[in-house]
Design a protein around this ligand. Structure first.
Ligand code: SAH
Length: 359
């Protein structure tokens, strides 16, 4: 055993030695949400002192613009007098706080909103409680537990944290990538060849040896959200890093803002994978129309981030103004988060896509 081995590495090595290799999805799930040693269960990973920074932590404008987009959609749908204002994986609660501040002036919106946060980590739930102490908030563990009502939902960098399976194409089927133990350390291996029905359509565009990723948890959640919007109305806006249709290994580990290898520090590095927006759209479209996928920069620009940046800049000077200008660039520029991050929306039949998503 190497001296730096994390407590979770020891637990997983013992388990794998006893009962055999585990899937990458099981490995990711343990790394992120193991009750005692999971990455999200044990820390606040966001910001300059953490391992990564997300859009709402970069600037208040992100949440303000998305909040107004939700409120505008609510108005366009006849202002339902009771609805669920939900966020998946709210991190520190910053995005929801910005949404609520920006929508304060929208008559009737707050009174009708049942604020619901879907959060698996007790440690982050505590931070969210402090951040949103002025509001009446309900916490649930899964989307299936939110009330049956029109659903206005945001998810930023939630789907990238869901466990994925990886499969490698073989002439006779697919091999699943597994995590095993070699010479006392965690190591990647592969299963025998088998059929993977959700990948039947990929046999045409893949070649032997190609690796594809499947996130069953993501498609199940996208299906549930869309079914609720079809039944009760509302809208879902999903923002994340990724692209249309996955090809290749996109699993990434980040520790103190530096890339790490995914098996090096289980429980102490953030592990994510690119979101396959095609898979989300295919899961949703049986229930609701789905917008075109667009870049985060384009969406924020259509929602007015340039004007909002100017307006906020009026009250700033010196380093604060510099930081504000940098934040605008980070959120929108194609060399930063502007095109790597994408957005997609699910909305009810017979309606237009929400503002910013209209073709
Ligand atoms: N949306 C936030 C945080 C993104 S990090 C932001 O933009 O800053 C991912 C978040 O999803 C964390 O709050 C994490 O605890 C939560 N999370 C991860 N897996 C989850 C799951 N399966 N169910 C519910 N929440 C989950």
């Amino acid at each position: 055993m190497t001296p730096q081995m994390t407590p979770l590495a020891k637990i997983l090595i013992e388990r794998i030695t006893d009962t055999g290799p585990i899937t990458l999805a099981d490995y990711m799930a343990e790394c992120l949400l193991h009750p005692k040693h999971g990455y999200y269960s044990t820390r606040d990973p966001f910001g300059a002192d953490g391992d990564f920074t997300t859009s709402p932590e970069i600037s208040q404008m992100f949440g303000e613009l998305l909040g107004l987009c939700l409120a505008q959609t609510w108005l366009q749908q006849g202002s339902p007098t009771e609805f669920v204002l939900a966020e998946l994986g709210p991190g520190r609660g910053t995005l929801m706080a910005d949404v609520l501040r920006a929508t304060k002036g929208v008559a009737g919106f707050h009174a009708a909103a049942q604020i619901t946060l879907v959060e698996a980590s007790a440690a982050l739930q505590k931070i969210q409680r402090e951040c949103l102490s002025d509001y009446d908030v309900t916490w649930v563990g899964t989307i299936g537990e939110v009330s049956d009502a029109p659903l206005y939902l945001l998810a930023n960098e939630f789907f990238d944290a869901l466990p994925i399976h990886q499969y490698i194409m073989d002439a006779d089927g697919w091999r699943e990538r597994l995590v095993g133990v070699t010479d006392g350390e965690l190591a990647f291996g592969a299963s025998g060849v088998g059929d993977v029905p959700p990948l039947n359509h990929r046999r045409k565009d893949c070649r032997d040896g190609d690796l594809v990723e499947v996130c069953g948890a993501a498609t199940a959640i996208a299906t549930e959200i869309a079914a609720r919007i079809a039944a009760f109305g509302g809208v879902a806006i999903i923002v994340d890093y990724g692209d249309w249709r996955s090809l290749g290994d996109t699993v990434q580990a980040l520790r103190s803002h530096e890339f790490d290898t995914p098996l090096a520090h289980p429980g102490e590095a953030d592990i994510t994978a690119h979101v396959d927006f095609e898979a989300l759209a295919v899961a949703a479209v049986t229930h609701t129309p789905v917008s075109k996928m667009i870049g985060q920069g384009e969406l924020l620009q259509r929602l007015g981030i340039d004007q909002r940046t100017e307006a906020l800049a009026q009250g700033l000077s010196g380093t604060a103004l510099e930081a504000h200008t940098t934040a605008h660039r980070r959120l929108t520029d194609p060399t930063e988060m502007g095109t790597l991050f994408k957005a997609i929306a699910f909305y009810p039949n017979g309606h237009q896509p929400p503002p910013g998503f209209t073709p």
